[in-house]
Ligand binder design. Structure first.
Ligand SMILES: NC(=O)c1ccc[n+]([C@@H]2O[C@H](COP(=O)([O-])OP(=O)(O)OC[C@H]3O[C@@H](n4cnc5c(N)ncnc54)[C@H](OP(=O)(O)O)[C@@H]3O)[C@@H](O)[C@H]2O)c1
Length: 286
């Protein structure tokens, strides 16, 4: 069977894409490939100088803008300055299993980076989005447990890995509820999930888990990991599809439409997570 690669990307001339956390890792590969296919790529990054250096000499159009998805003031400024159509928003920025830390808004840093910040960004940009929102998720959402009364780790003892898993499940449920709302309003905009499997990036640098380095035969190189995101961003998949590697355990391989975990398909929980996140962020619950 022919495997889908970045060479199969359609011509994206005239399309504008925002990629958060695009200065390195999977986000940078995604930015490079979408630009190569002709898209106007807006890179929302914390360190604009580093991102500029990363794309120097790379063919394509890159527009590098400051964005810290864990800082809601930065998120609002980024979205507030947007004008014109945005075809594709890719919520890629993420952290994994980091130590407990509070943001400038007093929120949990990991949960905000992976879920609350992207939730606010997406809602604020939604009126401009014409094609789709892609959420970078993880197979680890399957292990996720969400405590609706403490989404932001205020009363429980913080656990970095549990917080990662919960934040990724929250993102999967966000996609489900977003798609429901979009469809209910008659919008043609899609919400799509992309899991890179396990790709050998710096993501797990803070983690006690040494899985990536110990089991390289089970993992994707970053180029292949990014294919799930590229596929989810450009292929004609149904709303709320879960795109991930076609190989063993969804950990490695080429992109295919797979299925999210059962907990990620619970519409009642999705609506509750939406409301709880909106409360947390003081964001508009559209
Ligand atoms: N690699 C994997 O195996 C894997 C598996 C499942 C899911 N994912 C998901 O894929 C996404 C990308 O991960 P990766 O593997 O490319 O990790 P990575 O190499 O560590 O890159 C993470 C990116 O996120 C950015 N970022 C972190 N916090 C940010 C913030 N507050 N505001 C803006 N940008 C921020 C980083 O920017 P700085 O340079 O400023 O730090 C960096 O560009 C994440 O959402 C991750 O959860 C990855």
């Amino acid at each position: 069977m022919t495997k889908w690669t970045a060479n199969d990307l359609p011509d994206l001339t005239g399309r504008t894409v925002v990629i958060t956390g695009a200065g390195r890792g999977l986000g940078l590969i995604t930015a490079r490939e979408l630009a190569r296919a002709g898209a106007h790529v807006v890179m929302g990054v914390r360190d604009t100088g580093k991102a500029q250096r990363a794309v120097t000499g790379v063919p394509g159009t890159f527009d590098i803008r400051p964005l810290d998805v864990a800082d809601l003031t930065s998120v609002r400024a980024f979205a507030g300055s947007w004008s014109g159509d945005l075809h594709i928003l890719i919520n890629n920025a993420g952290v994994m299993d980091i130590p407990a830390e509070r943001t400038a808004d007093g929120l949990d840093l990991q949960t905000t980076t992976n879920h609350t910040g992207p939730f606010v960004l997406t809602n604020l940009l939604l009126e401009h989005i014409t094609d789709r929102v892609v959420h970078a998720t993880s197979q680890l959402h399957r292990q996720g447990k969400i405590d609706l009364s403490d989404l932001d780790w205020r009363t429980r003892k913080y656990d970095g890995m549990r917080a990662y898993e919960a934040s990724k499940l929250a993102g999967v449920l966000f996609s489900l509820e977003l798609q429901r709302r979009l469809s209910a309003s008659g919008s043609r905009v899609r919400s799509v999930l992309a899991s890179p499997g396990i790709a050998r990036t710096a993501l797990a640098a803070h983690s006690r888990s040494n899985f990536i380095n110990r089991f390289t035969f089970l993992t994707n190189d970053p180029e292949r990991g990014a294919l799930s995101v590229l596929y989810a961003a450009t292929q004609d998949v149904p709303g709320n599809s879960y795109v991930g590697p076609d190989g063993f355990g969804g950990l490695r391989g080429y992109p295919a439409v797979r299925r999210q975990g059962k907990a990620g398909l619970d519409p009642v929980m999705a609506a509750r997570v939406w409301e709880a996140t909106a409360d947390l962020a003081g964001a508009p619950a559209r």
